[in-house]
Design a protein around this ligand. Structure first.
Ligand SMILES: Nc1ncnc2c1ncn2[C@@H]1O[C@H](COP(=O)(O)OP(=O)(O)OP(=O)(O)O)[C@@H](O)[C@H]1O
Ligand SMILES: [Mg+2]
Length: 216
């Protein structure tokens, strides 16, 4: 049975994850590779309901432990109903955020013990670890300014509304993950133009995840 590849995009608010996830899906399609584009929190009907609880409302609505438990409930559903069935079918899966966001938001910035998050990872993610994680890096001030420019009709601004110090810790958290797991993670500076970022990502995907169709 053919198995697809699993790619995740990570990074702070407004770093360009959703933009680049779409662009990568388009390039994969052109190269003859079917890729399912999904997101966290969310990505399955049940997980999307949990997303609503997490991303809207007052910044202090949930504490980091409540967030962690909600996020892993959502992630379990997302893995069972969307990610694993798609990979088993041979599709590639691109997820706009995944478990590294929990380590950065609830761990590095929120103070949850990383060892506890690793226990949850083992129980929930099991072997469905991403083949490649693209961490988009940007100074938080710039990323937050980009999200303010973007119309946010869904009021999904609960995390964006946290103070700048939170976003700085978040950035450090993602960079630390990249240093710890260089085989899985690559960091890309997204102060550059969108198309340049997309081109760098495409070169990395071709180098790291060669497939017979993926040689255009
Ligand atoms: N390289 C870039 N240069 C300038 N603007 C960009 C770049 N990449 C994305 N943008 C713009 O910045 C805004 C945020 O981008 P995007 O929504 O892709 O970020 P995100 O990481 O998904 O944000 P969030 O964390 O809020 O989901 C969008 O308006 C997008 O068009
Ligand atoms: Mg986004």
């Amino acid at each position: 049975m053919k198995y697809g590849k699993f790619i995740t995009f990570e990074g702070g608010e407004g770093s360009g994850k959703s933009t680049q996830a779409h662009l990568l899906q388009n390039r994969l399609e052109k190269a003859g590779i079917d890729a399912v584009l999904t997101r966290e929190p969310g990505g399955s009907p049940g997980a999307e309901e949990i997303r609503r609880l997490l991303v809207s409302g007052e910044a202090e609505r949930w504490n980091p432990m409540s967030e962690t438990l909600l996020l892993y409930a959502a992630r379990n559903d997302h893995l069972m109903r969307t990610i694993r069935p798609s990979l088993r079918h041979g599709y590639w899966v691109i997820s706009d955020r995944f478990a590294d966001s929990s380590h950065a938001y609830q761990g590095a910035a929120g103070g949850i013990d990383d060892a506890f998050l690793r226990v949850l990872d083992e129980a929930v993610i099991e072997k469905t670890v991403p083949d490649l994680t693209i961490i988009l890096d940007i100074p938080p001030e710039t990323g937050l300014a980009r999200t303010r420019d973007r119309a946010n009709e869904n009021h999904e601004d609960r995390f964006e509304s946290k103070r700048l110090g939170f976003h700085q810790k978040l950035r450090e958290g993602f960079l630390k993950i990249a240093r710890a797991e260089p085989e899985r993670c690559i960091v890309i500076d997204t102060l550059q133009d969108k198309d340049e970022v997309a081109e760098q990502i495409w070169q990395i995907v071709r180098q790291r995840l060669p497939g017979k169709e993926n040689n255009s």
